[in-house]
Ligand binder design. Sequence first.
Ligand SMILES: *[C@@H]1O[C@H](CO)[C@@H](O)[C@H](O)[C@H]1NC(C)=O
Ligand SMILES: *[C@@H]1O[C@H](CO)[C@@H](O)[C@H](O)[C@H]1NC(C)=O
Ligand SMILES: *[C@@H]1O[C@H](CO)[C@@H](O)[C@H](O)[C@H]1NC(C)=O
Ligand SMILES: *[C@@H]1O[C@H](CO)[C@@H](O)[C@H](O)[C@H]1NC(C)=O
Ligand SMILES: *[C@@H]1O[C@H](CO)[C@@H](O)[C@H](O)[C@H]1NC(C)=O
Ligand SMILES: *[C@@H]1O[C@H](CO)[C@@H](O)[C@H](O)[C@H]1NC(C)=O
Length: 420
Amino acid sequence: MALRLRDHSGLQRGEQLLLSVILVLVAAVKPPEVLSQRYEPVRSPHLGAQGAERWCEIRGGMLATALDAESQTELEAVIRGTGDSDWWFGLVIIKAEDDTSNGVAVWLDGTNASYANWAPGEPAAHAEACAQISAQDGAFLWVSTDCSRELPFICQFDDQNTLACQGTNATLTCLQGHVLRIESGKFGRSSPYLCLSEEVSTWHSTAFPSEDVCSFVNVTDLVNGLCQGVQTCQAASDSTLFGEPCPTIGSYLQIDYSCLEALHLSFADVVVRGENISVYIEWLLSNADSNVSCSVSMGDGHLVSPYLLSQTGVLSHSYTRPGVYTVHIECAAGEWHSMLDRDIAVQQPVSGFTSVKCFLPSNTEPEPDCVLPYGQNVTLEVHLSGGMWTVVLLWCGKQWKCGYNFVLFLYKSSIKQYFI
Ligand SMILES: *[C@@H]1O[C@H](CO)[C@@H](O)[C@H](O)[C@H]1NC(C)=O
Ligand SMILES: *[C@@H]1O[C@H](CO)[C@@H](O)[C@H](O)[C@H]1NC(C)=O
Ligand SMILES: *[C@@H]1O[C@H](CO)[C@@H](O)[C@H](O)[C@H]1NC(C)=O
Ligand SMILES: *[C@@H]1O[C@H](CO)[C@@H](O)[C@H](O)[C@H]1NC(C)=O
Ligand SMILES: *[C@@H]1O[C@H](CO)[C@@H](O)[C@H](O)[C@H]1NC(C)=O
Ligand SMILES: *[C@@H]1O[C@H](CO)[C@@H](O)[C@H](O)[C@H]1NC(C)=O
């Protein structure tokens, strides 16, 4: 069917009218997952300082430290507006031996607190043994307090460092498509405050055993064997595996690690049913001595396995039904194993025009056969057949007034063009 325009001379003119159809994604595609925040306020339960530390440790963290003004600001941000004013964080005050001068503040991991934000007069001589952050009048000052007070508290979790007390597991986690690289693992003790069970001793009755009694064993190789190259892993903090370098008060396992991006997957977020789409796969780690072996599931039952790639690869596929599918890929090369999921939204294509009607501004009745005088504005009523997952927006370019063939382009798709 042709849309004919007639100019004043009565001749038909042949200029193109362009209509673009833009398909808009309706389906919500999952946002990328995010690892935990560095500081986590815990408002319930209220616990004594050592109980609060234990709570954080069980989850692989410790009570929060504020090593500099920037960290202090971040800490303030997580507790501001919560309604609670007093919070435990990870500072203890060691009484001076003569009991008259001010105590010395140390972080629970044993480092000296060089940055401080004490309230005036704090920490007092004969200071109570623990310290809280006290929110008052917009200030978040440090105040010494009896350790047994029950308060909300702030834990600190470090994405690149994990602590596991004896008898628990260290859990190491990277984002999807990333793999663990172990920097170091040590089992033993350098701080008298971490992983101390309250039944054994309290922070302030702890006489830290001398260094020849308490030390660290290097367990990097062991942790490597367990965790290197996978996305997540658990390593048991267990003296029967590692030996006991601190027999009097027990040891803990501390692992430093990083996450390397291993796998990258890309394709159009929105595709049309029946369209031949390309899935680009990239392996980002160098592995000179082995090929990468993958398995790719397209989410609609189509599986390509094994799929071998050197560094990059392209798979093509076409979906037969509209919907949201999860593309899942797993690759392995040597010690590295990585997997990645990504959603793809498949839309129903626009299958064509039906009933094109043309209206002159002065008329409510459509013009027969869309025969229109040249130079007139015209209203077009176009019905497009789509289906689930299809939203159509019409946008008309400058050629609007002078066109006479419609060409319909599907955005993001080169295979469908309609002429009427
Ligand atoms: C920590 O502070 C104490 C007292 O000020 C000092 O004796 C000690 O040497 C410091 N330790 C470190 C590692 O800076
Ligand atoms: C620690 O991890 C091992 C597997 O690595 C598991 O069998 C065990 O149940 C875990 N223990 C705890 C306390 O989660
Ligand atoms: C621990 O062992 C690993 C592997 O044997 C070694 O590379 C690393 O230097 C050791 N770390 C320390 C602190 O000795
Ligand atoms: C899809 O695209 C790939 C790569 O461009 C090509 O090899 C394949 O023949 C195409 N399949 C169809 C059905 O068009
Ligand atoms: C990698 O794959 C190529 C081609 O399939 C093969 O010739 C080569 O031997 C493989 N290399 C290894 C280390 O498996
Ligand atoms: C067509 O419509 C435009 C915008 O509404 C208007 O400016 C123009 O004058 C119209 N032309 C005619 C011939 O009515």
